[in-house]
Each structure stands twice: as C-alpha cells, then as structure tokens.
Design a protein. Structure first.
Ligand SMILES: C[S@@+](CC[C@H](N)C(=O)[O-])C[C@H]1O[C@@H](n2cnc3c(N)ncnc32)[C@H](O)[C@@H]1O
Length: 322
C-alpha cells in the first residue's frame, strides 16, 4: 500500500539517470504487482556481480554461448565483414567481442567497435581493458539506455551484436519493439543475437539460484543501489531472493520477497510491505529456435544462420536487416 508523502516527491528526486531510477522505482513500488525494469540492476556493483554470476558453475548460458562464439568466430566474422561499425547492445564486460575479434585477423583493423551499455563506469573500465589488449582497434564506448533514443557515431555500415540473452528480459511486444529499433539503427548490416533456449526447468532453476548466493546478491543489489543513490532505507536482511521458472509463460521470474511486515522510504514516499509481498525484478524469457526466427521476422529482420551447442541449451542467430 502506498502511504501519503510527507514532502513533495518531485522536490526530492535527483536529476538525470538517478532521477529516472527514482521515478521508476517510486512508480513501480506504487503499482500492483510491484515491479521495476531489469536495467536498474546495472550500476558498477551490479555489473561486477553479473560478471561473477557468469563464473558460477550453475550459470550455463555464459559458458555455452562463449563456446558457440569461439567455435564459429571465423564464420560469424565473415558475416559481420570489415569496414563496419560493430555496435554491441548491453556490452557488459566486453569479453564476448574478444572471441569475434579472434576470428577476424587483419579485418579488425578496419572495424570500429561501439559498445553500448547503461552501466557507465563499468563500460569505461571494460573499454580501457579491451583497448590494452587490442591497441589498434578503434573503440567508441557509448553510455546509453538502448530502450531510449541515443546517438551513434555516423557514416559507416552498422552491424549489431546482442549476446548474453539480454533480449530475454523483454516480454513479447517489448522484444519486438526493441528489435525493430535495432533494425532501424543497423543500416546495411545484420544482428548477431545470442538467446537462451527452453530446457529442463531444473537446470533453469539452478542457474538462477546458484549455491554461492551470487544471483541473490545481484537481485538484492537493486535495493542496495536505491539506498546508495536515492537515500532509501531498505533493510537488505528483510528481503529474500526468489527465482523460479514458469513453464506456462516460458520465463524465469526473479522477485524480492518481504520477510516481514515493514515500511520503506524511497524519494520521500513511504511504502508498506506485508510479509510475503514481492517486488518483481526480472523476467528472463526462454525461446525455441523457431520462436526466435518468428520474432525476428516480425521485427524487421530476415533470419539467416543459427548456431547452437550439441545439447541445444543456447542459440546464436545471424539476422539480416531487410
Ligand atoms: C545480461 S547482461 C549481458 C552482458 C554481456 N553482453 C554478456 O553477454 O555477458 C546485460 C547487459 O546489458 C546492459 N543493459 C541492460 N539494460 C540496458 C539498457 N536498457 N540499455 C543499455 N544497456 C543495458 C547491462 O548493463 C549489462 O551489461
């Protein structure tokens, strides 16, 4: 239940990126079900925690996608071509681009790499680390929210790279709108898309509930971030990480569940939680290969090549712009 504000919320909200987080969190806590976009996981701390998730034994998507990219890097690099801007959406640690660059030889000298990520400080650090390994590569990092209009360097053919199954965080209509937006940006090229596949729910459950508690820490970092950036007063010990696979909707849902009746203040607004009340923090939709191809066809792309692993756990698709 939303209780009355003692001070004007607008007067207390910070401007810019923090303002958007505050506005969306206050709106999300006031809505039913309580919900917040997954993009807010990613401040520097959240990005570092995501890198740790990728190294947990349970989180197969990172390992399997890496294997697929390593195995087919040369073929994929041939499709991307030289003399292009390679725009990576939600680029994270910039680890996976290294595999594609490995398949490019001299072609990488004429490639310009444009990693786009919402996690500004993490992006700057990752770009500097990549530059140290590939001194000749032209890197133009763009700190931006790719769901909003943003500027890209101009003048060259553009090809996209969207690994990590980040597209899975968007439900059907949102995923179509996002791919259409990317198709509009990627003139004269295509998109290399990495997306997780439907599988045994037990394996999915384990991937989002690692024994070391890293995914729980990642989920709870959303509240820690609100405390750090917005002066909120979430008690992190009073919320539990909960993740489960819903076969009817083919998605893993992540929630933060209140362990007791409590009140929390965010941006001058007070929010009441009963024991068991939840904040829905992430969806991760799982696809069949056919469903990815249908989605791409409905969103401005022509599905072309597809690579997967022998167990069909994960898929990488080359989608051509129309
Ligand atoms: C699931 S991680 C994948 C990271 C990396 N691509 C990989 O494959 O390991 C999602 C990444 O997308 C970024 N991200 C999420 N939402 C975003 C948005 N709306 N705009 C820009 N970047 C976003 C996050 O900061 C994070 O680096």
């Amino acid at each position: 239940m939303l209780t009355t504000a003692t001070t004007s919320t607008a007067a207390r909200l910070p401007s810019g990126e923090r303002g958007a987080f505050a506005r969306d969190l206050v709106a999300g806590l006031g809505s039913r079900p309580r919900t917040i976009a997954a993009k807010y996981f990613y401040d520097a701390e959240g990005s570092a925690l995501f890198e740790r998730i990728c190294r947990t034994p349970e989180y197969y998507p990172a390992r399997v996608e890496t294997r697929i990219l390593a195995e087919h890097a040369r073929e994929m690099a041939g499709m991307i071509g030289a003399d292009a801007d390679l725009v990576e959406f939600g680029a994270g640690s910039l680890e996976k681009i290294r595999l594609l660059l490995g398949g490019m030889d001299a072609a990488s000298a004429s490639l310009r790499y444009v990693p786009v990520d919402i996690s500004r400080d993490h992006l700057a650090g990752a770009a500097a680390a990549l530059q140290a390994i590939h001194p000749a590569l032209r890197i133009v990092p763009v700190a931006a929210d790719f769901t909003q209009p943003f500027a890209l360097p101009d003048g060259r053919r553009r090809v996209g790279f969207f690994p990590g199954s980040t597209l899975g965080n968007f439900h059907g209509a949102e995923a179509r709108a996002l791919l259409r937006r990317f198709a509009g940006l990627l003139r004269g090229g295509g998109l290399l898309l990495g997306i997780d596949l439907v599988k045994d729910p037990a394996m999915l459950h384990a991937a989002y509930n690692d024994a070391g508690g890293v995914t729980a820490a990642f989920n709870l970092n959303l509240l820690a971030r609100a405390n750090r950036e917005l002066g909120a007063d979430f008690d992190l010990r009073a919320f539990h990480h909960y993740a489960c696979y819903q076969p009817m909707t083919r998605r893993v849902e992540m929630h933060l569940v209140s362990a007791k009746a409590q009140r929390v203040t965010v941006g001058g607004r007070r929010f009441a939680f009963a024991e068991g009340d939840a904040i829905h923090t992430e969806n991760s939709y799982k696809y069949s290969i056919e469903a990815v191809r249908e989605l791409a066809s409905a969103s401005g792309f022509r599905p072309a090549a597809c690579w997967t692993d022998p167990e069909r756990l994960f898929s990488v698709h080359w989608l051509e712009t129309l």
